[in-house]
Design a protein around this ligand. Structure first.
Ligand code: HEC
Ligand code: HEC
Length: 260
């Protein structure tokens, strides 16, 4: 059953349009054995358990619940309805993901040994791109730096840092955002590139509250100080960076250059 399903699923990908697929596979039969009435991307006879497995995976991949894509009126779901934009987008996303996987196999020159929706291990086959590969727990997977930039546009540094703290409190330890010491260093770098060295410094100081021993943070502080013409301050921070992480060769090189 599963094999047949994946075989057909691959056919869908190659056809690439949901409407053609449903016209061919629906065969004019409205009521399927699985009780579903509006599968357009997946074969209409896809077993219930398989569809529901995918639905649960959608929830986890995007960090949402069923009502993100399915209308609910008076507590009752109408799963067949296409009223919500998100459901219609998700349908195209399924085709998008599957087409990526077909192309990926060709790009890395590995065989497509099963349909693109299969989750079985397949020796020799390429790593599969999944919804979670891009979404990592978010419906709109905007990178952290861009989320902070958006906040800054509205309220400057204070709004940027507030947004960072809010996201960190909510998502720390999850797959949504990277909250290692590099995160605020990157955000500070952006500020520095945008000629906002004071904002950059404040982000880095905030980072030291989370990571007092972050070599990269001291290294970035040195860059900011150097940009502001404070060479002795930059040297001091680079010395701290090297002391905290003797393997930080970049900091070592920068220190040597500044001392010349
Ligand atoms: C990210 C959007 C998204 C989420 C979240 C989602 N679904 Fe779906 N669901 C879809 C799409 C798209 C289809 C149609 C697939 C197709 O056309 O082949 C669908 C189809 C269905 C169907 C078949 C309806 C029919 O009669 O044709 C059921 C039942 C269903 N979903 C249940 C659920 C449940 C239960 C959850 C929560 C656990 C859920 N879905 C979460 C997008 C979503
Ligand atoms: C190659 C990367 C990639 C893959 C794979 C992918 N998506 Fe997306 N998806 C995105 C991006 C990026 C956006 C946000 C676009 C934007 O900024 O509006 C998005 C947007 C969406 C949205 C609309 C969110 C909203 O609120 O506007 C839905 C729903 C969605 N994806 C569902 C899925 C599902 C379900 C899968 C797996 C079948 C999937 N996506 C696979 C990259 C991907």
């Amino acid at each position: 059953m599963m094999r047949a399903f994946y075989g057909i699923a691959l056919g869908c990908v190659l056809l690439l349009t949901g409407s053609i697929v449903s016209a061919q596979q629906g065969g004019g039969a409205p009521q399927q054995g699985n009780g579903f009435t509006n599968l357009q991307v997946w074969p209409v006879d896809t077993p219930r358990a398989v569809v529901l497995n995918f639905m649960n995976a959608f929830d986890r991949s995007l960090g949402v619940e069923c009502n993100y894509c399915h209308v609910q009126t008076n507590g009752r779901f109408d799963f067949a309805s296409d009223e919500m934009r998100t459901k219609r987008v998700a349908r195209k996303m399924i085709l998008f993901r599957d087409s990526i996987n077909v192309e990926l196999a060709a790009i890395v020159d590995k065989p497509v040994t099963a349909g693109p929706t299969s989750v079985e291990a397949r020796p020799g086959a390429p790593t599969r791109v999944l919804c979670a590969s891009c979404h990592h727990g978010l419906p709109v997977p905007l990178p952290l730096g861009e989320v902070i930039s958006e906040a800054e546009k509205a309220g400057g540094f204070n709004a940027g840092l507030a947004r960072f703290k809010e996201l960190r409190a909510k998502f720390y330890g999850g797959q949504q955002y990277d909250f290692t010491d590099i995160a605020l260093v990157g955000i500070a770098n952006t500020a520095l590139n945008q000629k906002r060295p004071d904002d950059a410094m404040k982000y880095l100081q905030a980072n030291l509250e989370y990571f007092p021993k972050s070599s990269q943070t001291y290294q970035a502080m040195a860059q900011v100080k150097n940009a502001k013409g404070d060479k002795p301050g930059a040297i001091k921070d680079l010395e701290t960076a090297v002391q905290l992480d003797p393997q930080n060769n970049q900091a070592k090189n920068q220190l040597q250059q500044l001392k010349q």
